[in-house]
Design a binder for this molecule. Structure first.
Ligand SMILES: Nc1ncnc2c1ncn2[C@@H]1O[C@H](COP(=O)(O)OP(=O)(O)OP(=O)(O)O)[C@@H](O)[C@H]1O
Length: 565
């Protein structure tokens, strides 16, 4: 219940002044309903024939009820839509600001489930708030009316409410648990859906794989989801029936027992019955919110497990601080990073402790066998992972969560599993205007792709060509350090020549620190150093004489103009 309270509070966090208005109009709607009920009861019991006052009251209250109901619904829906928009936006911000390792551990399918299913669940919960508020107002008003008619009946309603709340609490906790199971099975299903789209070619080529995957794996996950959904609904229905028994029991007691035990007027009796019947709708409405609210609460918990609470502020580690330009020094001192072991028997991979220094104006090759830790090193180097022991320093300043985002802004990278955005997002338009075409020419892709209005004309090109476009994007970022993870692996020899023979030396000559993960030993001579990783340790660092001068610090990158383009 505490969590539920926190969840509701969270949903209402941005609407303090709106809340007052909503409560006032909601109360007005609730109270006018009850007033209407009282007048109808009076009219039924004969007052209507004699009094014009009741007729006027009936019309006035009916108008008030309709208008206040309209206003409160309108306010609540406006608030709900604004909250849904803010939630969606907040969630996207949280995802891009969550610790990278947390996102990686959760997996792309889980992030996708959060962005789609959890946002949806939260939206439903927010959408339900208008009904929730109005129903509470009507129930409160009806209870007051009952208290006015007879305190005994009111006590009965209080008893019902207490028993109902106890049941509701039980129900809520059980539904919450099964909602969690529903959400977990959705996560598994999302994982399979991801395999279905990503592995389409492999599934199409192999009938056995396809049939086992769809008929066994996907079916199992879908069946589990069906099962948990069914359990949730059953639990809900059970308590729903229990509440109905309570409710009709109370009406029975009021109508059958009260007249025998107490001296009650016919008007009081019809009043009770009326009010109680009138309360049925709002009560079912409230109960109907249980699965929606519990699903919303589970969604909030899932979102929070991304590593950042959704209601946290928008500040991130050093986001406003400008990138340092000019000569820079990047230093690993006893820095290490380990993945957590998956099973009890599994040994986790550890990178380091490493002691390495890389300066701007240096070209460093990173080599090593599969699984030696090259990509992990690149992730620590670019600030995607923070070292768990030791430190990574930029110009002597240790990188912490507080300056991590600032640190990352010093790197332009093409990862081995890079993603190419069609739009050149966040880049200087003047730089795009003056240099983009040159880089396209340098990488000989200008005949396939052009840049218009800050975006590539197409990114539906071959994998090698896409990689060249990713390189163009990196060049336009013009950052102090450049990191390429296996960039040249799937390039034709001529592009390898351009990359190693022209581009990398040019970057170095322009004062950039260049770190290249590679297996192309043919080109090692163009670098200053080769660092070899083996089981996460740097085994050897054969120093090479710097092949070019050391005073290379022109601030701006310009495309390399090839004479034989
Ligand atoms: N996301 C991850 N979660 C857990 N362990 C990981 C993860 N990524 C890598 N590892 C572990 O770290 C080790 C080093 O992986 P890494 O990707 O850094 O190697 P690499 O040298 O880049 O290999 P390759 O040449 O095959 O790309 C792997 O053997 C694996 O055990």
């Amino acid at each position: 219940m505490m969590k539920m309270y926190r969840f509701l509070l969270f949903l209402l966090r941005d609407a303090r002044s709106m809340m007052v208005l909503m409560v006032l109009t909601g109360l007005l709607a609730g109270l006018s309903s009850v007033g209407l009920l009282a007048v109808i009861n009076k009219l039924i019991n004969g007052a209507g024939a004699t009094s014009e006052l009741f007729a006027a009251a009936f019309i006035g209250l009916a108008v008030l009820k309709v208008v206040s109901n309209y206003l409160s619904q309108l306010l609540l829906v406006t608030f709900a839509q604004k909250t849904i928009l803010n939630l969606g936006m907040d969630l996207c911000w949280k995802v891009v600001r969550a610790p990278y390792r947390t996102l990686e551990r959760r997996g792309a399918h889980e992030i996708l489930a959060t962005l789609t299913d959890d946002t949806n669940a939260m939206a439903w919960a927010v959408n339900g708030l208008p009904g929730l508020a109005i129903n509470v107002a009507i129930l409160a008003g009806c209870s007051l009316y009952l208290a006015w008619l007879s305190w005994q009946a009111f006590l009965g309603v209080v008893l019902l409410a207490v028993l109902g709340l106890l049941g509701y609490r039980q129900l809520y906790n059980r539904v919450l648990r099964s909602s969690l199971a529903v959400r977990d099975s959705k996560g598994v299903l999302f994982e399979h859906f991801r395999s279905l789209t990503d592995g389409m070619k492999e599934l199409m080529l192999h009938r056995g794989r396809r049939e086992t995957f769809v008929d066994s794996d996907i079916r199992q996950a879908a069946e589990a989801l069906r099962h948990h959904n069914l359990v949730t609904t059953k639990q809900y229905l059970t308590t729903d029936s229990w509440t109905q028994v309570l409710f009709y029991g109370l009406i029975g007691v009021i109508l059958l027992l009260f007249p025998r035990l107490l001296s009650l007027s016919g008007e009081s009796l019809t009043g009770y019955a009326f009010a109680m019947l009138y309360m049925i709708g709002p009560m079912w409405g409230l109960l109907g919110m249980v699965p929606t609210l519990s699903r919303g609460q589970v969604a909030l918990e899932k979102i929070e497990s991304l590593g950042l609470a959704l209601d946290e502020g928008r500040r991130e580690g050093g986001a406003e601080r400008p990138v340092t330009h000019g000569t820079q020094c990047l230093e690993f001192s006893q820095a290490s990073f380990s993945y957590d072991p998956k099973g009890e028997d599994e040994r986790s991979f550890s990178l380091g402790p490493l002691d390495v220094t890389i300066r701007t104006g240096e070209l460093v090759f990173i080599i090593g066998g599969n699984g030696s830790g090259k990509s992990t090193f690149v992730k620590v180097l670019t600030g995607l992972y923070l070292p768990q022991q030791g430190a990574v320093r930029l110009n002597g300043e240790a990188i912490t969560p507080a300056n991590q985002d600032w640190y990352r802004q010093h790197f332009a990278a093409v990862f081995s599993d890079f993603y190419l955005f069609k739009k050149l997002l966040g880049l200087d338009p003047a730089l795009i205007e003056s240099q983009a075409d040159g880089w396209l020419k340098t990488l000989r892709i200008q005949h396939k792709v052009t840049i218009q209005d800050g975006e590539y004309s197409t990114i539906n090109v071959s994998q090698g060509q896409r990689k060249r476009l990713a390189l163009v994007t990196a060049m336009l970022e013009d950052r102090p350090f450049y990191v390429f993870d296996e960039w040249a692996a799937d390039q034709d020899p001529q592009y390898k020549d351009v990359f190693y023979g022209e581009l990398l030396p040019e970057l170095r000559a322009r004062g950039k620190g260049v770190i290249v993960v590679t297996h192309d030993d043919r080109y090692f001579h163009v670098g200053d150093r080769v660092l070899k990783l083996d089981e996460g340790k740097i085994l050897e660092t054969p120093n090479r004489a710097a092949s070019t001068g050391s005073n290379r610090t022109p601030p701006m990158l310009k495309p390399v103009i090839r004479s034989s383009a």
